[in-house]
Write a protein that binds this ligand. Structure first.
Ligand SMILES: Nc1ncnc2c1ncn2[C@@H]1O[C@H](COP(=O)(O)OP(=O)(O)OP(=O)(O)O)[C@@H](O)[C@H]1O
Length: 284
């Protein structure tokens, strides 16, 4: 029997209160249209789609920042429509966003990781232990006494992740968390999220418009016009490149390379979608 999903999105529709109102006062087309998605504990999902497809709106439903007009979202069984469940939901699902500065509050790195715990009235000893662990997990322990504004963009995103990890969530949703970073920092943050998933079993939902980031996830979910149009493991999703192009997603260079190599007779499996995987297969 399949385990109960950590996040169970059941047939939700959503329109922003001020979106698409016509002169006659009618609300326009919903931004989410009857979306269902089950996220199992321990999964690493890449949520993809072109600009405006509804990724962020869906992500914000997963920790009750937005509530569905129709349908329901259950997080570990807690229905987000009940205000009394919001704390339980947000303890389980943490979010990081494009701009880490919007989540940084304190003037010193370690205080910033600690503040949400202090806010919950946690004993000092427990706060200390959690802050140490969270900073170590994201590799910022040596930056602990610095003011956050002295950190690079990538380091500030790590700090935002540490702040969420300190709350010990079951799931972290990274909403375009790498899009403001340079290519190297982008890779490092993606790698960190992967590591947290693989080593700590943290459920990770990575919202992105980059297929190259998604190639490393276990499951790719693609949205278009407020609906889920593709859902499967990367090796399967990448078999239909025409479909991905039609969804206005840029095909990653390693995937194009694998196509060319197959064309000249080098046998590569469908799993050869990252440079590492291609190199592994060529070695054997
Ligand atoms: N606060 C808001 N009020 C009204 N409309 C909104 C709001 N936020 C988003 N929208 C609209 O909802 C639609 C979906 O937006 P959403 O941000 O969920 O898409 P997305 O796939 O995450 O896009 P992007 O990659 O550009 O962030 C868009 O048409 C957008 O203009």
């Amino acid at each position: 029997m399949k385990a109960k999903p950590l996040i169970d999105i059941r047939n939700i529709s959503y329109a922003y209160p001020d979106s698409g109102r016509t002169k006659s006062g009618k609300v326009g087309a919903p931004v989410l249209r009857e979306v269902s998605l089950q996220i199992q504990e321990g999964e690493h999902i890449a949520l993809l789609g072109h600009n405006g497809s509804g990724k962020s709106t869906l992500a914000r439903h997963c920790n009750a920042l937005l509530l569905p007009d129709k349908g329901s979202v259950l997080v570990a069984g807690f229905d987000t429509r009940e205000a009394s469940n919001w704390q339980s939901v947000r303890e389980r699902v943490g979010m990081i966003f494009q701009n880490p500065d919007n989540q940084i509050i304190a003037t010193v790195v370690e205080d910033d990781v600690a503040w949400s715990l202090a806010l919950r009235g946690m004993p000092a000893e427990q706060i200390y232990e959690r802050v140490e662990q969270a900073m170590a997990a994201v590799g910022i322990s040596e930056l602990r006494f610095l003011p956050p504004h002295r950190l690079s963009g990538g380091q500030r995103q790590r700090l935002a992740i540490a702040g969420v990890l300190a709350l010990r969530p079951q799931c972290i949703i990274a909403d375009e968390a790498t899009s403001m970073l340079d290519p190297l920092s982008r890779q490092e943050i993606s790698q960190l999220l992967r590591q947290l998933n693989q080593q700590s079993g943290l459920t990770v939902v990575q919202v992105t418009h980059l297929l190259e980031e998604a190639a490393y996830a276990q499951r790719i979910v693609v949205m278009e016009q407020g609906q889920i149009v593709l859902d499967g493991p990367p090796a399967v999703v990448f078999t239909d490149l025409d479909r991905l192009r039609a969804l206005r997603l840029a095909i990653p260079e390693p995937v194009e390379l694998a196509v060319r190599l197959r064309e000249i007779g080098i046998p590569l499996s469908d799993e050869a979608i990252t440079i590492e995987a291609i190199a592994r297969e060529l070695e054997h």
